[in-house]
Design a protein around this ligand. Sequence first.
Ligand code: AMP
Ligand code: ZN
Length: 488
Amino acid sequence: MAKGMSLFNTLTRSVESLRPADDSRTLHIYSCGPTVYRYVHIGNLRTFLLSDLVVRAARYAGFDVYHVMNITDVGHLADEVFERGEDKILLAADSEGKSPAEIAHFYEAAFFEDIAAIGITKADLYPKASEHIPQMIQVIQKLLDRGHAYLSGGNVYFDVTTLPEYGKLSGNTLDALRAGHRGHSYDPNKRHPEDFLLWRKATPRRLVKFDSPWGEGFPGWHIECSAMSLHHLGERIDIHTGGQDLIFPHHEDEIAQTVGVTGKHVVKTWVHGAHLSMGGHKMAKSKFNDLRAVQICERGIDPLAFRYLCLTARYRKQLNFSWDALGAAARALTRLRDRFEEAASETSLNQESIDTCELSPMAVEYEARFTEAVWDDLDTPRALEIVHRMLEDANLDRSEKVSLALRWDRVLGIGLLHFAREKFQAAGEGHRQDITDSEIRSLISQRQAARERRDFQTADRIRNELESHGIQLTDTPKGTVWRTKKKL
Ligand code: AMP
Ligand code: ZN
């Protein structure tokens, strides 16, 4: 396996090289996903793109990846909102005249459309909070049993004073947090102002509520990620991603819960993306400066230009969105594609030969520089510069240019593979799409595991996903075999 990919770990505040925690080949990646009571905006998409980039880069580095992203569909947001007892799904249900489940389904579908528009590879699994209430109750019960939580006023709270390390991720000390609370009114049921809700008693108007050992109520936001990540990835998560606003309190509280219940640090590397802003302010629905991917399309701009724009900034740097900046990104992307298509139109490279094309020492050098940039904490601005330079280099052979660009597009996802696929299909090739052998093998073994635990829904989803990549599976007594579907 290739070595060398590194990422900045918020927990240790340093760039660390990436290795699966044990000797397994598979990286477990968990990403905080969307809240589905409203459309995701392109700020959210920047963060989802970061997870996509981490996954693509890890696969490029030779790791197998199992990626889980949660869907928050139980109607709460940040703690302050939550503690005021507002039910966002309820508010949306009131204003849209739909049931909470209808609202969640509607916005979940919109989320999948938006991520597809900017070329985000789907995660392996999208667990929904509403379908994991028993797992959350189990974690809360264990926290109560171990003395990390207490029941007060019908709610269950996490007692942050039981974990001396509380605050390590965000750099907040309990003293500093206390000072911050001074003068503010806070929930009188709490023992300490910094304690947070694990379970909240439902008010009479609450629509989304569940039975629990503590009465009818609903879970805190943070518990969902602890319970679902432990349930689906076990006590070893190599990378956890999210936007930087989630560092505190969401991820700090997730660590507290998970350490409280398992007695150990489960997440090795915490990766946080900086925000997308517009007009100098963080993009947010509440600030009325939010934009959807569809608004980019409505202006006749390829949504992948937004992806390209995001790649021009390192993920840890704030990026300011403007239509001018997007226009410049669209022009740069067109220039790059034109160069690529020029080279591709005169080569007879096919899908299978992308990886086997023999490279000159100069092409090998380009490959090394690109890889180094991606591995260096995802230095995508540098990687893009290398793509442009490589495609413009008159000393390189056309087929090597195409081969390199297509390999790199597995990381960048800027549509070169899509263009090439159409060309290969036109030439009568099988239409296998944008997936490596190791990804196929990994999906087949995930499907096998799902079948063994009789989770046929997941097994079917994996089969469909492979089919969408042009891969046909056949189950034989000796196991599952695959082949590339031929063009009809
Ligand atoms: P939410 O649906 O509000 O939980 O947000 C989903 C993801 O988007 C989280 O990881 C947030 O950190 C991230 N996010 C929210 N606003 C922005 C923004 N303006 N720029 C980048 N990421 C954001
Ligand atoms: Zn989360």
